[in-house]
Design a protein around this ligand. Sequence first.
Ligand code: FES
Ligand code: FES
Length: 310
Amino acid sequence: MAEDKEKKQDTRQALTRRDFLIRSNAGAVAIGVMSGTSFASTLVAEPQAGSTLAAPVKARRVTLDIDGTKEEVNVDVRESLWETMNYQMGLSNCNLGCDRAQCGACTIVVDGRAVNSCTVLSARYGRGQKILTVAGITSGPGLQGLHPLQRAFWFEGGFQCGICTRGFIMAAYPLLQSNKNPSTQEIKEALAGNICRCGEYSKILNAVKTAAAELRGEKVTYTAPWITDESNRPATAVAAANSISKQFQFVTALGTIEQFDDLSLELKQKPGIVDVSGTERTITPVWDPARLDEAAVRRILAEAGHPVRP
Ligand code: FES
Ligand code: FES
């Protein structure tokens, strides 16, 4: 009996935890190949000395298509899409709340469906999927360039601290893409995975309804519309009528949108720059063609420490 027990223990010890992980990864790769799964490139660690088995796959090289821009990036196979976007790509287009698929703060849209970016793996998102964040739904610079949902959340006051707002907007986005006249119940269902700890639900609901009305082509009025005072417009803004604007992409994305605000303030001090808008990844300066040309604008951006792509 004692001998049998000893034998059993020997057999168990023969399969170490490391061997198990190695074999399960080898199996996962084989399944991927058999099912036709293909990644832009797969990095496999070198086998350990003296081992005939391949070491576990630890990283993959994928091409992520985020807000219409494709970027190659090496990702750890355990890395969430939120982590890759924020820590590797320097994007801060969605917030992190619970990090466990419970609050919806990190919601983005992948191929038309709302998903929690904290809970999906980047290694699976390099096969042509279109990833959309709140920064990618604008149509241009300034207030007019905002998506109706963004405008409505702002002017209907559909936020308090704002942590949940990007997630709510991106959860509502796919709904309004397919249904421009959703019922209250349909909106509630679309937003069911999102939590607002500030309790702004009724205003959030109003914001989605207002955005839907605008998308249907109706003239909408907001609870707290933007107030413009033409007489107080700075001289530079008046010059904007004849000005030129162009969107550029930063060589290196900014860390936060607050960094963009600082850059924007600095650029607006430069002679010939009329206005600046953009995101962490793009910038749209408006300039006076009598004083600057595109090359000069590029030079100003480079001198400010933020060169843009050709
Ligand atoms: S942070 Fe992703 S669901 Fe809460
Ligand atoms: S506005 Fe604060 S959590 Fe929603």
